[in-house]
Design a protein around this ligand. Structure first.
Ligand code: 4AD
Ligand code: MG
Length: 431
């Protein structure tokens, strides 16, 4: 028997087909049973009439419950009343995997769904999100590879912190201890002397206790680093890769956006309009003027402020030149103003927060050492990193994009946890 997907069957629209999948819904009487079959591609209503099938088949049909795995053969035809516009009249049926009382029923709590995440992945919502996630991962690879970037990997076990010592996971390492990577960056910069333009898509780890709708302890980080860059090049690539993700989703996942009730019109400006570029100082002024929010110059922007300013734009906004004291030790001091760095964040619209963090890298070793000392770090621990500035240093920079934040925004999710199959947060590492 040749099985085709439900989507292919719907496309074919008529004739005899064989499908396999799982029972999504079932109802019926003692003469007629309606089984909605689902596979990874779609759902289809199937009808089994007692008079038209053998006794054995009818008996099997009566035993089908939600999530029973099935092989079905029958005639497919158009039917406006069916959920996806087609109905299949079943002539043969085979139960592949029984399922009694699937634990997830209607109206289960969020906590219950989280405990049963391994089963909840089968939901139409999670299926739609995971497909969009796959599109976005593909788009990131495609964007960089088609522009001459090499895919490159840094180690996950790292000797130092990179993005703030308090947010790092320390793990035992044969009597010593190491840190889980917060970023690929410190071992990526040495590789630009070999490959010049590199990117990665890898997990990053943050021991952030904050339980918010945008923080995970393990997330997938799309990062790039390039030699010979100007500050604007990094901004252009960050904007470029975000646009590429949106384009890929709009081209590939209209059905999934519909299932998620996400209006694609909300995403279109980000595809067609250039992202506004402004500075931290400008934003601080605007916050006071437009929103009566006073941010003391030198303080980092908080979630509340990012949310307010995100309402001013229908695309992501690029905010450059943050105060040096709030940013990482490796960011390049602005030659025109030593109080700020040539770094930028990209804030997504609709309250989805910071989706990219980036900078041109500091080349002056003494400045890097100074920054490290101010953070309570010993510059000698970073000697391997400082060598990048000792032996043929060139202007360079890069960025990191939180893929789950981008997925949450593109899908219009309420919580970042749904942007990944098995979310890891301060209070959940199971299942
Ligand atoms: O701004 P961050 O900390 O920047 C870096 O790690 C740089 N080393 C990147 C680079 O230049 N190569 O993190 C980058 C992005 C953030 O903008 C955010 O989108 C995401 O990573 N991110 C998180 N996503 C989910 N959960 C968390 N706890 C995150 N922390 C950061
Ligand atoms: Mg950041």
């Amino acid at each position: 028997m040749v099985f085709i997907s439900i989507q292919e069957a719907i496309k074919q629209g008529k004739g005899k087909v064989s499908l396999h999948g799982w029972c999504y819904r079932e109802r019926g009487s003692n003469k007629l049973r309606f089984i909605t079959l689902r596979d990874s591609t779609n759902i289809i209503q199937c009808v089994i009439e007692k008079d038209k099938v053998s006794e054995v088949i009818w008996k099997d049909a009566e035993s089908i419950g939600i999530e029973t795995a099935l092989e079905l053969t029958g005639e497919i035809k158009k039917d406006e009343r069916a959920p996806t516009g087609y109905e299949m009249s079943i002539t043969d049926l085979h139960i592949v995997g029984k399922c009694d009382n699937f634990p997830i029923q209607k109206d289960t709590s969020i906590e219950f769904l989280a405990d049963n995440r391994h089963l909840w992945l089968r939901s139409r919502k999670m299926t739609a999100i995971l497909k969009i996630r796959s599109t976005i991962f593909g788009a990131v690879h495609q964007y960089f590879r088609s522009r001459g970037f090499y895919e490159y990997q840094s180690p996950i076990f790292q000797p130092t912190q990179a993005e703030g010592g308090s947010e790092v996971f320390k793990v035992p390492y044969f009597g010593d201890s190491v840190f889980l990577a917060q970023t690929w960056q410190l071992q990526a910069e040495p590789a630009i002397f070999s490959l010049e333009k590199i990117y990665t898509l890898a997990p990053s780890f943050r021991a952030e206790k904050s339980k918010t709708s945008r923080h995970l302890t393990e997330y997938w980080h799309a990062e790039m680093e390039m030699a010979w860059s100007k500050f604007e090049d990094i901004q252009d690539h960050a904007e470029g890769v975000i646009k590429a993700c949106i384009k890929a989703v709009l081209d590939t996942n209209q059905e999934e956006l519909k299932i998620l009730e996400r209006d694609p019109k909300k995403l279109e400006p980000s595809l067609h309009k250039p992202f506004p570029r402004t500075t931290y100082t400008e934003i601080v002024k605007e916050l006071e003027k437009k929103a009566k929010m006073k941010v003391e110059w030198g303080k980092d922007l908080r979630t509340v402020e990012e949310d307010i300013l995100s309402e001013w734009y229908d695309t992501p906004v690029i905010i450059t030149r943050y105060p040096k004291i709030v940013k990482a030790f490796y960011m390049k001091e602005d030659p025109e103003n030593p109080k700020v760095v040539l770094g930028f964040d990209i804030i997504a619209p609709e309250h989805y927060g910071e989706i990219v963090g980036a900078s041109q890298r500091e080349e002056d070793i003494s400045k890097i050492e100074d920054n490290l000392r101010k953070q309570g770090e010993n510059p000698r621990d970073y000697d391997f990193y400082l060598d990048t500035r000792r032996y043929g240093s060139v202007p360079h920079g890069g960025f990191g994009m939180g893929t789950e934040r981008v997925i949450a925004w593109i899908c219009g999710l309420e919580n970042i946890k749904d942007a990944i199959a098995f979310p890891r947060t301060p209070d959940r590492y199971k299942p």
